[in-house]
Design a protein around this ligand. Structure first.
Ligand SMILES: Nc1nc2c(c(=O)[nH]1)N[C@H]1C(S)=C(S)[C@@H](COP(=O)(O)OP(=O)(O)OC[C@H]3O[C@@H](n4cnc5c(=O)[nH]c(N)nc54)[C@H](O)[C@@H]3O)O[C@H]1N2
Ligand SMILES: Nc1nc2c(c(=O)[nH]1)N[C@H]1C(S)=C(S)[C@@H](COP(=O)(O)OP(=O)(O)OC[C@H]3O[C@@H](n4cnc5c(=O)[nH]c(N)nc54)[C@H](O)[C@@H]3O)O[C@H]1N2
Ligand SMILES: [Mo]
Length: 593
């Protein structure tokens, strides 16, 4: 890395930090990059996942996290579940939501597929993939038209109503039905359920974010809670992303992001930099760093000379995988910190074996912003060391010290850089179990529910967004007539590197492509037989599974078996605000193989 800095300057080095690692490890990685290397080139897999939530929720409400605690969401009398499949991807949450529904709460599900909780919904909206913005506007149109809004809340605590009202005139249910494929009657029924509930809650997932206009999707969804006065009040339980990795909220909270410091101070804000500089004792670079896709582009252009990939299997899970492999090939030094010899580790110049969460000490932040402790339950195998020790050792080898000798010291230092975490410490978590942020003072309980008094925006108000519905990046045509949606299956986890090694493989041994009987017939594909899927970017081989869970014209698969090549199919299109990949819309064709 020293040679890379000497040859290309600090910005010729970049790191991808792990949303699976602890807060303390993520804090150290970003500190290493900013203080020892001297660059903001650090990012984490939130980029591929819920970066549109961070951007959208911050713009609408002021802070980058879900608005309410899950315990509160569970008390809601009407759930609006959009683009999330918690029975498979968040089974504990899914089971608790299902219990709530079976006990009488209303349920509206918006998902193109008839899976999971959709089967139990009062109304199941099946929008065409990539049309969430129009769908939300359609619901908002009905809320306004039928006076199901909270006028006092809108007057006292909200900006942007005139602009949104004007935009919504263009989204009557009939037009929205044309754009989304959702019948107008279903749209009206869903809006009435959400609009008439006493304490509605919105819960959502990647079906909202992983789109060309994912941030607009989040903001349009937030509009619904704002119109109802169901956020920051007792009249509802807000807007809640079901975040993915065990510590993806924490990795971002800790500032493993190219434009944000720990606690979300902006790199371009001199006051935020000054706070970090006062603790770190060195200047913080002023220019935001590279996002993950820009790191790969810089590598392909010969500008990136060293890339440290920590706990992310970019060759398996980033989109347009052929181009990711080309980037790693072009980069003179690739270092990979891993539990296993992943697809990425295989292509790295140096592999550093690291310990898993079961083997280390620190904290995670879960999806409702609660800090919780993890402690070593077993010893790491062989020469594996924690990411914490590895980052320290690499800094030491470069002649630098990072301070922060223990994870507890590290969280304490983070609290000095980021006032929103100042009230947290390992001691306190050991005593109290879980504490949510913001928590500015050791004497405060932390804010499980946000925005009771004011929103955290500059003017203290919630901001309605009047974003028009724009088309997705990929469109079907004669050559690629189907839309491929990718997502999760219950028995496997992301790259599958942790679930294809054990008994889970027996639960789900085959990488299926789900398709509708009409399409199976049209393309002469038979249930249980191999199928080749071709997109404009690459090719994958899967096993056909014919059924009615997917709508005609759409196919679905996971990305849990890298050998099948699913992420060679997905495109470089990404959310225009955050660069989150458009994993949910790829035009493909299928053929028996
Ligand atoms: N078993 C298991 N659990 C996991 C994971 C795993 O790999 N396996 N991964 C973890 C991670 S990292 C994450 S981020 C979470 C993700 O959890 P989820 O967000 O629930 O996961 P997905 O299955 O990717 O997508 C959710 C749904 O979005 C729908 N969808 C696609 N396009 C659209 C659209 O345009 N509009 C709407 N309304 N819906 C759409 C899909 O049909 C899918 O059912 O899960 C976490 N939990
Ligand atoms: N087609 C398609 N692709 C997708 C998605 C999609 O919906 N569709 N979803 C995207 C999303 S939301 C996400 S979050 C990404 C996830 O993608 P990744 O983060 O790449 O996948 P994981 O399998 O969760 O974990 C990556 C690696 O971390 C290692 N690991 C586990 N614990 C530790 C640790 O403590 N330290 C270190 N150093 N390594 C560790 C594991 O061995 C594993 O190889 O995939 C994205 N890719
Ligand atoms: Mo994720």
């Amino acid at each position: 890395m020293r040679a890379a800095v000497a040859a290309g300057g600090p910005d010729a080095v970049a790191a991808i930090s792990s949303a699976r690692a602890t807060n303390e490890e993520n804090y150290l990685v970003q500190k290493f990059m900013r203080v020892v290397i001297g660059t903001n080139n650090v990012d984490n897999c939130s980029r591929l996942c819920h970066s549109p939530s961070a951007a959208g929720l911050t713009a609408s409400f002021g802070l980058s996290g879900g608005t309410d605690s899950f315990d509160d969401v569970e008390r809601s009398d009407c759930l609006l579940l959009v683009g999330a499949n918690p029975l498979e991807a968040h089974p504990v949450v899914g089971a608790r939501l299902l219990r709530r529904v079976l006990r009488g709460a209303g349920l509206v599900v918006a998902d193109p597929r008839a899976v999971g909780l959709a089967v139990h919904a009062d109304v199941h909206l099946r929008p065409r993939p990539g049309t969430n913005v129009a769908l939300c506007h359609g619901l908002a149109h009905v809320l306004l038209a039928e006076c199901l809004t909270d006028e006092e809340f809108l007057r006292e605590r909200v900006t942007g109503l005139p602009e949104l009202t004007e935009l919504l005139a263009d989204y009557p249910p009939d037009r929205v039905a044309d754009i989304t494929g959702v019948p107008a009657t279903d749209l009206i029924a869903a809006a009435r359920l959400y609009g008439r509930a006493r304490r509605p809650a919105i819960v959502y997932g990647l079906g909202v974010t992983e789109h060309l206009h994912g941030t607009d999707g989040v903001r349009s969804l937030a509009n619904l809670a704002i119109l109802r006065g169901a956020v920051g009040t007792d009249r509802g339980h807000g807007v809640n992303p079901l975040r993915g990795q065990n510590n993806v909220q924490g990795a971002s909270d800790m500032g493993a992001l190219p434009d944000l410091l720990p606690g979300y101070g902006k790199v371009i804000d001199p006051a935020a930099r000054a706070r970090a500089e006062a603790v770190w004792g060195v200047p913080v670079p002023e220019r935001p760093g590279l996002r993950i896709p820009d790191m790969f582009a810089a590598a392909r252009a010969g500008e990136l000379r060293a890339l440290w990939v920590i706990g992310e299997d970019v060759c398996a899970t980033d989109p347009d995988a052929n181009r990711v492999a080309a980037a790693l090939e072009a980069c003179p030094l690739v270092v990979c910190s891993e539990l296993f010899l992943s697809e990425t580790a295989r292509r790295a110049d140096v592999v550093l074996p690291v310990a898993s969460w079961l083997e280390k000490d620190g904290t995670f932040v879960n999806f409702d912003r609660r800090f919780q402790r993890v402690r070593p339950a077993v010893l790491p195998p062989g020469e594996a060391r924690s990411d914490f020790d590895v980052v320290h050792a690499v800094a030491a080898a470069m002649g630098a010290g990072l301070g922060c000798p223990t994870p507890a010291d590290t969280l304490a230092e983070c609290g000095r850089v980021a006032p929103v975490f100042a009230g947290l410490s390992h001691d306190r978590l050991d005593r109290e179990g879980a504490v949510p942020w913001p928590c500015r003072d050791p004497a405060q309980p932390g804010e499980a529910k946000l925005y009771r008094d004011r929103f955290a925006t500059a003017d203290g108000r919630a901001h309605l967004a009047a974003a028009p519905c724009l088309p997705p990046g990929e469109h079907p045509d004669d050559d690629y007539p189907l839309i491929l949606v990718t997502g999760r299956r219950w028995a496997h986890y992301n790259s599958g590197s942790m679930t294809r090694r054990g008994a889970n493989l027996a639960l789900d041994p085959v990488d299926f492509l789900d398709l509708h009987p009409d399409d199976a017939h049209r393309y002469a594909v038979r249930d249980g037989e191999p199928v080749t899927v071709q997109s404009r970017h690459g090719r994958a081989r899967l096993i056909a599974r014919v059924g009615e869970q997917t709508a005609p014209g759409q196919v679905f698969c996971s990305f849990h078996f890298p050998a099948s090549g699913v992420n060679r199919l997905t495109s470089g299109h990404a959310d225009t605000v955050t660069s989150c990949p458009e994993y949910k819309v790829t035009a493909v064709r299928v053929a028996a193989s």
